[in-house]
Write a protein that binds this ligand. Sequence first.
Ligand code: ADP
Length: 350
Amino acid sequence: IITCAAQQTVVIGLAADSGCGKSTFMRRLTSVFGGAAEPPKGGNPDSNTLISDMTTVICLDDYHSLDRTGRKEKGVTALDPRANDFDLMYEQVKALKSGIAVEKPFIITSLDFLTHLSLFSLQDSRHRRFDERVRDLLDFSIYLDISNEVKFAWKIQRDMAERGHSLESIKASIEARKPDFDAFIDPQKQYADAVIEVLPTQLIPDDNEGKVLRVRLIMKEGVKYFSPVYLFDEGSTISWIPCGRKLTCSYPGIKFNYAPDSYFDHEVSVVEMDGQFDRLDELIYVESHLSNLSTKFYGEVTQQMLKHADFPGSNNGTGLFQTIVGLKIRDLYEQLIANKATAPAEAAKA
Ligand code: ADP
């Protein structure tokens, strides 16, 4: 059961393929909101878990209308809209936004439960797709866009190195998911207010290791309560290699870019970081050159990054931009709430 105070619910959408950092992002976000960055013991980081007093994670997994057998009979995957109850999700998110408590469906048989648990990392994220009505209820949305090369490298790292899967089985599982990913998940990125795009580095010629990353934070212009972060001079085109006296960089170094651009016909601002940090505490030097960060005090980005230095991606743009987006969402939340609080008074005046 999710309860919430009337008029206080802000709904944020997050979409990405499986194993692309959604849970990690949620942990960073919850931490910015002052909650525990870890779910309660035995709790599932994605689903059905109240992570703090402030934030609740609703996972599309909870709205499957077809179970494994049902999907098999109909010949659809869990990613398919036909396997998910978007009507119920829409009704429930709408209710939450108007301050009405809801009871989330979470019906799994004990047998299914085991499978569900063991397959969780594969299953949970394949269908983080919002239909149009649900999308309209979102106050802000984020898409984590991991390029195929990098996705592959991460999967190898996790499934081969840590779980002993074979290269063939990893390739096969990525291939098997691709058609539905392309049809139902990937198209969601055009609607996102912020996209974090993760690509192979350009600092090392022909790199395909996927260790050093080029990460782009794509921020839509004109979104209410969200003003894009910029480097040095708003609206300019800037290329910056900060390595030198203030920042330690080993090979291949670090390079930032900032420029206005367009993304699916939207005007956007893009801040890009290629490379990785040697020393996380020196991030303060980079932070001091970024503007519109929505921090509450000098060095808050660096402090958050140091606090979760053990999370994946903390030494590169994935962690940096996830943290920054978290701060922007806190800011958006505070503005939305403040605005809702004053709106009735204004209306009464008029
Ligand atoms: P999801 O919730 O989307 O399935 P997670 O946040 O649980 O993704 O991350 C899954 C795995 O992907 C991590 O254990 C790690 O191996 C890899 N991963 C995620 N984010 C990063 C990152 N920024 N850098 C490197 N590896 C990452």
